[in-house]
Design a protein around this ligand. Structure first.
Ligand code: FE2
Ligand code: FE2
Length: 162
């Protein structure tokens, strides 16, 4: 896979479909991360950071609030925000271990990170996203999808010009 940190195009005709396609990209990168030789680790970490920044911002700004409001799942939305913050902390710890050359800590943190992000996506796919699909009426879904697409192109523009 080509590693381009600023590239996570919104693919799909529906908000949920776009997120599921993001998950596919993220899962591919997590698989690579588990098997990557140390020399290439930085590359793949930078790519994952870029992709997760875009994906998580989409969810935190649009999807979790919609889940909270339309699907009445406030606790679930809070739980997902919390898990996202935990994964950010783990990513920070990975960067620290990498910078300090602490091999043992590095592989332990990478494993925790991979497990945490996989678990989070599994949970979204099993519960949050189906709930959103079931509970948001067609006109609101269309609005949410338009917002996701607009948000994503604005984010790509920001990252490209940063
Ligand atoms: Fe998420
Ligand atoms: Fe997600």
């Amino acid at each position: 896979m080509k590693h381009d940190t600023t590239l996570l195009p919104a693919r799909g005709d529906d908000a949920v479909e776009i997120l599921l396609n993001d998950h596919r990209v993220i899962r591919g990168l997590l698989d690579e991360l588990g098997e990557t030789a140390k020399g290439k680790l930085n590359d793949i970490l930078e790519c994952l950071k870029g992709v997760l920044t875009i994906h998580n911002a989409t969810e935190e700004n649009l999807i979790y609030p919609a889940l909270n409001k339309a699907a009445g799942s406030r606790l679930e939305a809070q739980h997902l925000y919390h898990e996202t913050a935990e994964a950010d902390t783990l990513m920070f710890e990975i960067s620290t271990a990498l910078a300090e050359g602490d091999e043992e800590e590095l592989s332990a943190r990478i494993q925790s990170f991979v497990d945490a992000v996989r678990h989070h996506m599994d949970e979204e796919e099993r519960k949050a996203l189906p709930r959103l699909r079931e509970n948001v009426e067609a006109p609101d879904r269309k609005r949410l999808t338009d917002s996701v697409k607009k948000f994503r192109s604005a984010m790509h523009f920001d990252l490209a010009t940063a």
